[in-house]
Design a protein around this ligand. Structure first.
Ligand SMILES: [Zn+2]
Ligand SMILES: [Zn+2]
Length: 343
């Protein structure tokens, strides 16, 4: 059937193209032609050598079109547009059985292309299990469809925040994840206070639907949140920035019975001080959020397919596959939102 190219990290700032044989899908497999692959933080860390996993086939946020299906596939057919959930889960462990497959003990051991470590979304074709593919609407924008994975991560986080109608919700940091949190919190009927130091990003927060913008460089964000909530503090706080100072502020901003979701991970680890009495007396809940469940992914694909969530302003550039180095150099610039590679 011919061959296809996969881009592989082979050293710091080095990407090498490898060729693989295109194989026909069998049973539950589906052959897709990859359309768009977005560059996430994890790929940036490998590119910059912060994580030295070489060789590594990166790319886990992608959309594509079905080329051919195995004989046991019933829900997809050639020509269907799809988004892929490449997070693998065993289906057998305690967490999978409880319906919390994002906490699976073996998750993310993807090896999509034979003998290559990594999810491998920076590829022209992929052979995937039908269970990892989610059908998108026929008229979906394929660059938007590639953002189903990061949106699904935020859907999970929003679920952990348990937002009620009319709640006061703070989103700290307006990168792509913060902007998705704002859009989703608005869909849940919240009043959203966005805190950010960069005026350009505050403008993105406004576009995403934030009701109150706080420039945390110019004003004391904790005081401002108290002021907006008659001194109570917020019902829910999402911290989407990996700064310990902001994680501590997130805890401070929450009011009685408030929920704090520490969305960002820290590399390297960086503990914060916690006033235990404050948690005790106020019954605040501290939690995190990691990876989407299958249901979160399904919800994200529905939100993008229907246009209920619109990622237009969150894509900085769409770069062709043969200009991958340019794509990565743009992606590691802290000023950019998502860079999408067009296959
Ligand atoms: Zn991602
Ligand atoms: Zn499991």
């Amino acid at each position: 059937m011919g061959t296809y190219g996969v881009s592989v990290f082979t050293a710091e700032r080095t990407l090498t193209r490898r060729e693989f044989e295109i194989r026909s899908p069998r049973e539950n497999q589906v052959l897709i032609k990859v359309d768009c692959c977005a560059i996430c933080t994890m790929e940036q860390r490998v590119y910059l050598g912060v994580m030295k996993y070489y060789p590594f086939a990166g790319g886990h946020e992608l959309s594509g079109t079905v080329v051919e299906t195995g004989d046991k596939v019933t829900q997809l057919k050639a020509g269907d547009k799809v988004a892929a959930r490449l997070l693998t889960n065993c289906g057998e462990c305690y967490y999978c059985r409880n319906g919390n497959e994002n906490q699976c003990v073996i998750s993310f051991k993807a090896s999509t292309h034979e003998g290559l470590n990594g999810p491998g979304g920076l590829a022209e074709y992929m052979l995937l299990d039908s269970r990892s593919l989610f059908k998108m609407s026929d008229n979906v924008n394929m660059a938007h469809a590639a953002l189903a994975e990061p949106l699904a991560c935020c859907v999970h986080s929003i679920g952990n925040g348990r937002i009620d109608l009319g709640n006061d919700v703070v989103v700290i940091g307006v990168g792509i994840m913060g902007a998705f949190h704002i859009q989703l919190a608005k869909l849940r009927g919240a009043r959203v206070i966005a805190c950010e130091v960069d005026p350009d990003r505050l403008a993105v927060a406004k576009m995403a639907g934030a009701d109150i913008l706080v420039n945390s460089k110019e004003e004391n964000a904790i005081e401002k949140v108290r002021e907006c909530t008659e001194g109570r503090g917020a019902d829910v706080v999402f911290c989407t920035t990996a700064l310990t100072k902001l994680a501590s502020e997130a805890v401070e901003m929450a009011g009685k019975l408030g929920r704090v979701v520490l969305y960002s991970s820290f590399h390297p680890k960086n503990p914060i001080d916690l006033d235990v009495d404050k948690i005790h007396y106020s019954e605040r809940i501290l939690t995190g959020s990691v990876n989407p469940n299958i249901r979160d992914f399904h919800v994200a694909t529905r939100l993008i397919s229907s246009g209920l969530v619109n990622p237009t302003g969150l894509i900085s550039e769409i770069v062709p596959f043969d200009q991958l180095t340019h794509a990565f150099e743009r992606a590691v610039d802290p000023k950019t939102y998502r860079i999408i590679v067009k296959m």
